[in-house]
Design a protein around this ligand. Structure first.
Ligand code: PDD
Length: 283
């Protein structure tokens, strides 16, 4: 396979030639933000939503957006067109740039912009049909989880807990309430209603979460966005994970024990169908 082409600071170049100086604040401080955009059949899924969230993250860290939405779209389309595969996962990252190490923001520094497109790791048939395993933990991350920053050590440690336990995700609770998982949002079903934590500073405002909620409402399925107590979540009829690379997956094992009867539930199956129908339309 030929080397993938990536984008770095105005240039398209082979991955091995894309280099960033060690004083980049992304490397030194994790001082940057990112997005992951799924692309189905070369059509980005909900691009305007991802660009709006990127702006929210940039505003949250006080960094000017280096591109207009139209420029981002053109850049991403151009990068996707250079890849050999149709379904892609576009990763884009903006850091505060290269400067002498000092915590305070440097002046007059150009941000670093990096974009790559990898084959989209879609969920396997087995994951969709059998569901997936998660473990649970107390959420110990900072309180600006609404910002998609590259400072991901809290999420990395949570995800590793899951990996060590042979599970796909760690579902987190803060002060007795459900927040999210290490790289996914979490939704549950209680008495036929889809219930999920509201989008506040304690969770990432997931694009897939929004899509799931909209598709569900469109299909006449009841949705309630409100704080979810830990006992409610752990006693729910169904639990789902949502993310750009997982789409929507049912949780059928929690902390090593069968959950929700051990198979994906009927509400999940309905929502999953609706999700598949929307994919080719770009969301
Ligand atoms: N992660 N919550 C967290 C902490 C996440 O990292 C993600 C996505 C989500 C779901 O957001 P979305 O539906 O917009 O993908 C929720 C991406 C995929 C990642 O970091 O690779």
């Amino acid at each position: 396979m030929p080397e993938p082409i990536v984008y770095l600071n105005g240039e398209f170049l082979p991955l091995s030639e894309a280099k960033v100086p060690v004083l980049d604040r992304g490397f030194i401080f994790g001082d940057g933000v990112y997005e992951v955009v799924p692309v189905y059949g070369r059509k980005p899924f909900r691009m305007p939503h991802h660009l709006a969230r990127l702006q929210h993250s940039l505003d949250g860290i006080g960094l000017a957006n280096p591109h207009t939405d139209a420029e981002w779209s053109r850049l991403i389309d151009a990068l996707c067109a250079r890849q050999a595969f149709d379904d892609q996962s576009v990763y884009l990252q903006v850091t505060r740039g290269v400067a002498r190490r000092d915590h305070a923001f440097p002046k007059d520094v150009r941000p670093t912009v990096f974009v790559m497109a990898n084959p989209l790791p879609v969920p396997t048939r087995e994951q969709v049909e059998r569901g997936v395993a998660v473990i649970t933990a107390e959420d110990n991350r900072w309180r600006r989880c609404d910002l998609k920053t590259t400072s991901l050590i809290g999420n990395v440690l949570m995800r590793q807990l899951a990996a060590d336990a042979g599970a796909i995700e760690t579902v987190m609770f803060r002060d007795g309430y459900l927040t999210e998982a290490s790289a996914s949002n979490v939704l549950v079903v209680l008495d036929g209603t889809i219930v999920a934590p509201p989008k506040d500073n304690l969770i990432l405002p997931g694009i897939t979460y929004d899509a799931a909620v909209e598709f569900a409402r469109e299909a006449g399925m009841p949705v309630d966005l409100r704080p979810v107590r830990k006992e409610e979540a752990l006693g729910a009829d169904e639990m789902w994970l949502s993310s750009s690379t997982k789409e929507v997956l049912a949780v059928t094992t929690v902390d090593g024990r069968p959950f929700g009867g051990g198979t994906p539930g009927p509400v999940f199956r309905r929502l999953w169908q609706a999700f598949q129908a929307h994919k080719p339309r770009g969301g």
